[in-house]
Ligand binder design. Structure first.
Ligand SMILES: NC(=O)c1ccc[n+]([C@@H]2O[C@H](COP(=O)([O-])OP(=O)(O)OC[C@H]3O[C@@H](n4cnc5c(N)ncnc54)[C@H](O)[C@@H]3O)[C@@H](O)[C@H]2O)c1
Length: 264
């Protein structure tokens, strides 16, 4: 079987972590990383894998149909993992257009080119298209609510970002139903960890706090509750301890040592 995987948005936070993981766990696969290198994409995130002969980087837009067709014809990927997206809610409020272009139109181009290529080459049995989505398509719940979202919850996106992700999910579902295309969708909640662009909550909080601690304008400790935490950030301040409320996540951050906190 052909062992090529097309990963989009692989220079961003989650995509680059996925590539590091994937190349280690599946060294026999050929990886094509298609990334537009927006402000959020950084080739530094791929240090350590970029010299692997099975890894190929292509700078480009998932909404560029000719380019995506060229990549399918040249590399014949059997799997697609679509991480590529504009991903910051606040930016989507300032300027939604690029979110529609990348997250909706781009997803449709990828789905369509993959569908045509896999159909023509009789690959539906072995191929998979994984659309990376977000729990934000379900909207939000009041803190005191006992309701939980499930995969069957209604879509109630609250921002242009989550609306664009919901639109892509509906397209992905439609390709599955209409063409019987092998499509999967995953909707995780917030992630944090190494290689995350520092506009997101946790890295932004750490960086802001670090500045306040260093110039003496803030107390040195921040506390919250949870299962896992970050402790003793090397290079911050020796008495600065930072514990976050995230239950699941990646347990390494450059320059930080992590401690496991007892589950309450
Ligand atoms: N970060 C989270 O907590 C989180 C949670 C749930 C879901 N997601 C989803 O996971 C995916 C990855 O998120 P992330 O936090 O790594 O995002 P990110 O912003 O760090 O990375 C996005 C990457 O996509 C690339 N990109 C953007 N538009 C593109 C286009 N048109 N063509 C090609 N490449 C393009 C960027 O250059 C960047 O490298 C996104 O689809 C996001 O919606 C993220």
């Amino acid at each position: 079987m052909n062992k090529t995987i097309l990963i989009t948005g692989g220079a961003g936070f989650i995509g680059s972590n996925f590539i590091h993981y994937f190349i280690k766990e599946h060294p026999d696969y050929e990886i094509i990383n298609l990334d537009k290198l927006t402000y959020a994409g950084n080739l530094e995130n791929l240090k350590g894998v970029d010299d692997n002969p099975n890894y190929h980087f292509v700078k480009g837009d998932i909404a560029n149909k000719e380019l995506v067709e060229y990549l399918f014809q040249t590399f014949e990927p059997v799997y697609v993992v679509n991480f590529a997206a504009e991903s910051h809610v606040d930016r989507s409020i300032e300027g939604p257009e690029v979110f529609i272009k990348s997250n909706v139109y781009g997803a449709q181009i990828l789905l369509d080119v993959a569908k045509e290529f896999w159909l023509k080459n009789n690959m539906f049995d072995s191929a998979r298209f994984l659309q990376i989505s977000t729990d934000e398509v379900y909207g939000s719940l009041p803190l005191e609510s006992s309701e939980k979202f499930t995969e069957d919850s209604l879509f109630k996106p609250n921002s242009p970002y989550s609306a664009s992700k919901a639109a892509a999910d509906l397209l992905a579902r439609a390709y599955y139903i209409t063409y019987n295309m092998p499509v999967l969708i995953t909707r995780s909640s917030n992630n944090f960890g190494p290689r995350q662009y520092p506009e997101k909550l946790i890295p932004l909080t750490i960086i802001t706090k670090k500045d306040f601690v260093e110039d003496g304008s803030a107390p040195a400790h921040v506390y919250a509750y949870g299962s896992y935490g970050l402790g003793m950030p090397v290079g911050f301040s020796s008495n600065f301890i930072c514990i976050f409320f995230i239950r699941l996540g990646v347990f390494f951050w450059p320059g930080l040592t992590f401690a496991r906190i007892k589950d309450n």
